[in-house]
Design a protein around this ligand. Sequence first.
Ligand code: SAM
Length: 121
Amino acid sequence: MADAIFAEPRLADIYDLLDPDRPDLDAYVALADELDAHSIVDVGCGTGTLACLLAARGKQVTAVDPAAASVDVARRKPNADRVRWLVGDAMALPPLHTDLVTMTGNPYGAAAGGPARLRGS
Ligand SMILES: C[S@@+](CC[C@H](N)C(=O)[O-])C[C@H]1O[C@@H](n2cnc3c(N)ncnc32)[C@H](O)[C@@H]1O
């Protein structure tokens, strides 16, 4: 189930305005490059800033989040058409083969079992 804060369209629309520069994402982009990761799953993608950044660098990105309003914002961003967007709970993902899983902004805290369960799925 989506957290109401991220599923409310009026809040999803202003999420990026509250933190427009996102220098925290530089480390994730650098990590993807360092690991030479081609396929990346971004769990709890929210408004999709990281997913679109990675897609712009030629990465094959799947981005998942249960908050449809946030994913709607993400779909309107540059390079969004190069991302596979999934609206849903990361715990319900089918088995995926991927080089790297990213989680930024603490999405796993809302998911029972957290990262350990993601590793085992
Ligand atoms: C603080 S936001 C961070 C969004 C984005 N990663 C960022 O850095 O801006 C946390 C996100 O985790 C998502 N989330 C919470 N539980 C989730 C779950 N079980 N599966 C996938 N995403 C989840 C929320 O809907 C929300 O969009």
